[in-house]
Write a protein that binds this ligand. Sequence first.
Ligand code: ADP
Length: 765
Amino acid sequence: MSGERSGFLREALFNGNGVAKRLIVALVLFSSVITTLITAIELYTDYRHDLGQIDRSIEFIGKSYLPSLTDAVWVADRLQVQTQLDGLLRLPDIEYIGITVDGQTRWSTGKVVSQRKITADVPLVREHRGQTLTIGAVQVVASVDSVLARLWDHLLVTLLSSAIKTLLVAGFMLLVFQYLVTRHLTHIAAFIRRIDPAAPRGEQVQLERPTTGRWRPDILDAVTSSINGLSASLHGAYEELRQSDERLRALTRETLAFIYEIDRDGRILFANRTYPGLSREQVEGTLLIDWFPPELRPQIEHAVASAFDEAAAQRLEYTIADPTGQTHAYIAAITPILRDGVATSAALTSLDISAEKAAEQDIRDLNASLEARVSERTAQLQLAVQRAENASRAKSEFLSRMSHELRTPMNAILGFAQIIEMSAPSPQQLKWAGEIRRAGDHLLQMIEDLLDLARIEVGKIAIRIEALDLEAIVAESVAIVQPMITAHGLRLVHGCGAFAPRVMADRLRLRQVLLNLLSNAVKYNREHGTITLRCEERGGRIRLSVADTGIGIAPEKLARLFQPFERLGAEFGIVEGTGIGLALSKQLADLMGATLGADSSVGVGSVFWVELPRADGAVLQEDAPMVAPPAVARLAFDVLYVEDKASNIEVIAAFLARHPNIRLRTARDGVTGLVLAREKRPDIVMLDIHLPDMSGYQVLQQLRADPGLRDIPVLALSADAMLHDIQRGLAAGFDRYIAKPVDLNQLLGAVNTLLRDGRGLTSER
Ligand code: ADP
């Protein structure tokens, strides 16, 4: 215990307690200066006090002793005077007192020994018979030296006692400082020296603190807790670092890539892996380029130098052999490792891509063979496309021919039927002729529909979308079916007039669809039923619906409604039909960007509707105004008809025979036609297109080439009735193009117009 205390004392006084010592020295110095100052002030005050005391003694002599002393001097009582002077000499610091009479010292006591002194002369004044007489003077000498000596003594004592006091306080402070501060700081310092971040758990320093509740933590406790925190975070940081280091090591060890750190001279500082059979020590410290064949060294040296000089990654690819002689392809990067913006070393990362290279080569080989196969296939496909195109062309040609071939006999059938009707037959004959016309029209319609379907299939149907006034199209269609409606005793409710929307569609095809819907509504209606037309706007589109009050369609049949040749059982009834109309209408609607649909309930009726895009802002296409056939202005006209088919000539001849002002000349081939034209200069020429010796186009060309015949209007009468045939005919210079079978009244109208107005371009179909 006493050993511990002496250790504590030694520690406090001698060992490494510099702070405490400096503190004590400062304390001693400060306390000395303060003590000196205070002592100086005290001494000065004492000095002033003692001098004041001398003055008061002299004043006391003047006031208290002077009358009795004056009396004793007056009567020259020597004893009395001497006794009083001796008594006054006992006053503090009075060194000498003498009485002078008439300038002579008569009585005195004491002796002047001090060098510093205060001298005072007090006159002895006496009243005698009303006169004030100065009978002498008292001389008082006080010693200042004794005052100073006293002060010196006082100074010595004060200094000594202050020094002792300061030393004691300093020693005590040293001990207290050691106890309160240094001992703990030493403990903390020792702990800090001992801190080991790798210790399994972060260590904690503990100060010796009283356990009583009155203890309040001070700055040392704060320091301790900070150090404990630091120790814990050091331990945590060390743990993180260790784990990250371990991860990095594992990564570099396990990675397939070679990761080398190299210095500016290209020396390998670190290698994560080496070729089998080589240790890392054999690689580390060697020059990188020594591992490359001579031809690659300049490339490597350049890449290393660039990585350092430009502080930018360098990429390279190379192939080198391993110690066993096997070659490997590598993709590599040399990346500078920067510290404060300066490349201190560089990392070479290389990856063996031999397998990928081999695969790449395989792909290239495969590509080459694929390319060969693709071009082979392309050639085959081109052949197939060529064949398909040929087939399509053949189909189109077949369609044209079929159309032509079917229309030709129809021309005779319908032509003769019209002639019979015109030639005042008996009622029976008129009925038969009507039947022929009706059957012929029906047949023609069927042919048209079938051909349209076929055209759609080969993509040969032309659609021209334009802005149309829907109401006008509806009115045209209604006008066409009106006779049918009347004949069936039906009522038509037309609910579109006020709305009059504009739609985008093909004029002819929309009319075709409408006619089909309207004629179905007539055909499949009940007796005295109703047909209701309605126009409405739906989701930005215009819906035109045709509702009937007919037999309706069973729900299970609705799905098959738009399939070609599907009559849904109507084939067993009396209503005539082919099952083409709706299928064709649906296809046409699709082509126009419209939608065709139907709702129906058996026994109540059906609603067929077509939904069309609105024509917002598009310019409305007006129908060409209908011009009534004008009256023939001249008395007689010559018409030349070049046609090889006898039946066609006969129909036209029979028709025109009814018009005595028209003289018809006919030719059966092109050459004869041209000869006749030159000879007779007809007023109008009608040309068939397919003539035995030349085409109608060639005849037209020759007519136009002849200045004398150039202005004669030429009209084509042809069974080539496809849209492109008509377009081609008009483009070639025919003034009119009339498709067979010919509507004779229409033909007459065209002839009359041409005779009156001369040449102009229109088609009649
Ligand atoms: P078609 O009328 O020549 O038979 P469509 O293609 O026009 O051919 O019609 C196909 C079938 O759909 C008809 O045969 C008929 O059974 C049915 N159908 C068409 N329109 C109506 C309708 N308005 N009411 C009832 N059935 C109809």
